[in-house]
Design a protein around this ligand. Structure first.
Ligand code: GLC
Length: 736
């Protein structure tokens, strides 16, 4: 391969470069990136185009002119579904069911593969703690252990068993990509792309864990993050990428930059210019330069003038070619692309059914005074902008179509008596002056509702509320208020909807809120006035059916929060696995010189691990045993069992997520007040009970110690077995 050919393998452009006519490309985006026709012709991969037909056409014409007929790689953000859209990841995490997430990823992979794709930029494995950051929707939350399980499960779902064994990809599997390496979720003040300041201990102990789980699961690609780590942009950070990612963490796959991230090292104040940025990228071992053209523009000269060793280029090219080889592209450049199968598989009933099941399991019942499940023999008014809205698939469902979605009204019409049910929007999603720009023209949300029309909508809604026995209010964020570049300083339900909520609750006390959101929101007022709150996130293609399934009791909700809902935005960041501080505020204590606020409680409004059911569950105090006898000490090679009896004390079958938390009471580095170490999803009939048992061994007690080694330390540990991170009584044992 010539130097230019090798460099071309490291260049990634979007598919438009290969779909529009050459002239417009060269004078348009090509010129912007300083690319020649030859540079474009030698490009090794593209992103952002899907569809068997267009991708087969691109591959065919590309292979005809590629000097060594090396096939092109096709990549896309298939984040939570391809055409069948599943709940956004923050909701998927609330299922506490990694195996279910694996199934969803496998369906997404199958749909993506027949649509011609070879790789997805998913799962996002960033730890998140700040609800102001819009990309919390793309994560599975604030716990490293849970994020690790979901990351590994999604990698398995996307890449398949064969790949996990180091064999080539099987059919209908695609390359996954763990992102964003590393620490992107730590952006200061939750402001997108902002500085990340993490001490070494926190970075390694909390933020790196889920990426490591993805690597251990065999992920073939990792994406760099936009932020700096230790003052150096991650994308060009050699210690981070070469010593930690490839050295310590053992990653052997393809490292791809995030979109234009190599170029942005100039704006960071790190690279002097494009050539320096390209040099820094290659030195850090970034194998694919996404959408800057800098590798194409500068690497040849940097190698020819001796600034860069060609061996650096060769190692990157080899990793890209190995990925293509493992995907079988040299033998089958179209892999699974198949227009017929594409129309057969995408949105097929089986996939829709999985989307409906997953959505229902992702919902979290935050409040319920018994008003749910619904009594259908009453007059019910659905009042809210999400009553009949199809845009419930999130801003990261780039390959989904909102028009495929089932709305609440469509689903309710199948079940509710039309004589006794009304459906009204009541308000727009956002105040018409609130402008959001998405990826497509229909994303523009400056709705054309006039102030007069808005007033009429409100009046009509209030009249309907007066006439109803019960009002269900589908409210929430606009889908473009979460996702990339959507940080919010105020984390409220849009004002125009809160006005509707206030007016309705003035005339009807029986209000149930169905909440659509991409982040934890400030729900203080809603939690005081609504009788029930069901959080449905952005539920995906089958959202309407899933919501009605849960509201009517066909499905008993079992979701649990994976990210704390703050009391208000001033409390952010708030997360359950925090440190104690030297002056912890203890329950029922109001002392001035304690770690507390004057004006709000320390506790979040709803904690990690929290979620209600239509039934009730009782948990016995936790018993610690070894070989059947009570025990309170553990040796390095021993095992304890934490046991509880769980009973369904209600009147309906239900599923509880029983959670195991541990605390290392004193150690060479302060340890979190508690950490999730296990969980069980247990389904019980009314009155039924069962024993739930968790094994505890020394390996679960290991952490990054003050001396930089990982291991456990003797001492006292506390154990909770509870149904959320804020409840339960602790038992104690000593590691000897
Ligand atoms: C975006 C995102 C990244 C995504 C990539 C390609 O900027 O940060 O998550 O995969 O670009 O679309």
């Amino acid at each position: 391969m010539s130097l230019e050919e090798k460099i071309g393998q490291l260049n990634q452009l979007n598919g438009l470069f290969f779909q529009d006519d050459v002239e417009s490309v060269l004078t348009g985006p090509g010129q912007q990136l300083g690319l020649t026709e030859e540079d474009i012709r030698l490009t090794g991969s593209i992103l952002g185009t899907a569809g068997a037909k267009p991708l087969m056409e691109i591959q065919k014409s590309y292979m005809e002119t590629q000097p060594h007929h090396i096939p092109m790689l096709f990549m896309m953000d298939v984040i939570h579904g391809m055409r069948t859209i599943f709940p956004l990841p923050l909701g998927l995490g609330a299922t506490f069911d990694p195996e279910l997430a694996e199934k969803c990823a496998a369906v997404a992979a199958k749909e993506a593969a027949v649509a011609g794709l070879h790789a997805t930029f998913s799962p996002m494995s960033d730890l998140v703690r700040d609800a102001r950051w819009g990309r919390v929707m793309e994560s599975t939350g604030e716990d490293p252990y849970l994020n690790s399980l979901f990351t590994a499960a999604q990698v398995r779902g996307f890449q398949g068993e064969s790949r996990a064994k180091g064999q080539p990809y099987e059919p209908y599997k695609i390359c996954a990509c763990v992102k964003h390496f590393a620490g992107y979720g730590g952006a200061e003040a939750g402001r997108e792309y902002n500085t990340v300041e993490l001490c070494e201990h926190t970075f390694r102990e909390f933020y790196l864990k889920a990426y490591q789980a993805g690597i251990d699961a065999g992920v073939d690609m990792v994406m760099t993050s936009f932020n700096t780590i230790n003052g150096i942009p991650a994308t060009t950070n050699q210690p981070l990428m070469r010593d930690i990612l490839r050295g310590e963490m053992g990653f052997r796959g393809v490292l791809i930059s995030d979109y234009s991230a190599i170029l942005e090292t100039i704006a960071h104040g790190y690279s002097e210019d494009g050539a320096h940025a390209a040099e820094n990228g290659l030195r850090a071992g970034v194998d694919i330069d996404m959408m800057t053209g800098l590798y194409s523009n500068y690497l040849a000269k940097l190698i020819q003038d001796g600034t860069l060793e060609e061996s650096l280029l060769d190692e990157c090219v080899m990793r890209v070619l190995e990925l293509k080889n493992n995907l079988g592209l040299f033998e089958h450049p179209y892999k699974d692309a198949d227009p017929e199968k594409e129309s057969e598989f995408l949105l097929c009933p089986e996939h829709r059914a999985l989307a409906r099941e997953t959505a229902a399991k992702s919902f979290v019942l935050l409040k319920n005074d018994g008003v749910l499940p619904l009594d259908l023999n009453q007059k019910i008014a659905f009042i809210g902008p999400y009553t009949d809205r199809k845009q419930i698939i999130s801003s990261w469902a780039l390959t989904g179509e909102a028009t495929d979605s089932c709305t609440i009204r469509e689903a309710a019409s199948e079940v509710f008596n039309p004589e006794r049910t009304t459906y009204l929007p009541g308000s727009p999603v956002l105040d018409p002056s609130y402008i959001l720009v998405g990826f497509r023209e229909d994303d523009n949300t400056s709705s054309d509702i006039t102030p007069q029309q808005q007033k009429e909508m409100l009046l009509e809604a209030v009249e309907a509320a007066k006439a109803a026995d019960l009002v269900i209010m589908p409210l929430g964020e606009h889908y473009l208020q979460s996702g990339e570049a959507t940080s919010r300083a105020m984390i409220d339900i849009p004002d125009v909807q809160m006005e509707l909520f206030r007016e309705v609750t003035k005339v009807n006390d029986n209000v149930v809120v169905v909440l659509f959101n991409g982040r934890p929101l400030d729900l203080r007022e809603v939690s005081q006035k609504a009788r029930a709150i069901l959080d449905v996130w952005m539920p995906g293609t089958e959202g309407g059916h899933a919501i009605i399934d849960v509201l009517t009791g066909k499905v008993n909700p079992s979701g649990k929060l994976t990210m704390s809902f703050p009391y208000c935005v001033g409390q952010v960041p708030v997360y359950y696995n925090c440190n104690s501080t030297g002056r912890p505020e203890l329950p029922n204590q109001v002392l001035r010189f304690k770690s507390r606020y004057l004006d709000i409680p320390n506790a979040p409004l709803y904690p990690f691990g929290y979620g209600l059911s239509y039934t009730t569950f009782a948990l016995s105090p936790v018993r610690l045993e070894a070989e059947g006898a009570e025990a309170h000490s553990l040796t390095a090679d021993g095992k304890l069992q934490a046991k509880v009896t769980l009973q369904n004390t209600g009147t309906t079958a239900g599923t509880e997520v029983v959670q195991l938390y541990l605390q290392d009471v004193s150690a060479s580095v302060v340890r979190p007040v508690k950490e999730l170490k296990g969980f069980r999803k247990v389904s019980l009939e009314p009155g039924e009970s069962c024993e739930v048992c968790f094994d505890i061994d020394e390996s679960m007690l290991r952490f990054l110690r003050a001396d930089g080694t990982v291991g456990s330390e003797p001492g006292v540990f506390r154990v909770w077995v509870a149904n959320d991170s804020a409840s339960g009584e602790a038992a104690e044992f000593t590691l000897v």
